[in-house]
Design a protein around this ligand. Structure first.
Ligand code: ZN
Ligand code: ZN
Length: 63
């Protein structure tokens, strides 16, 4: 199932389309929904449980 959401992206500073990456954490193994969404534009991740919360990747901020 491919689904998209439109949320304000903190990195893009504007509304962007978010998509769900393949879940690697087993959230969907028992039929649940993976809370992870990434901006289709810049790749910033949001956790949607229940409201979207920006996730700051240390690796993206380092350097
Ligand atoms: Zn997941
Ligand atoms: Zn973005």
């Amino acid at each position: 199932m491919s689904d998209t959401r439109e949320w304000p992206c903190p990195d893009c500073g504007d509304a962007r389309e978010f998509v769900q990456p393949p879940c690697a954490d087993g959230h969907t193994d028992d039929g649940g929904d993976c809370p992870e969404w990434v901006c289709a534009d810049c790749g910033t991740a949001l956790l949607a449980d229940p409201a979207p919360v920006a996730v700051t990747f240390a690796v993206r901020r380092a350097a």
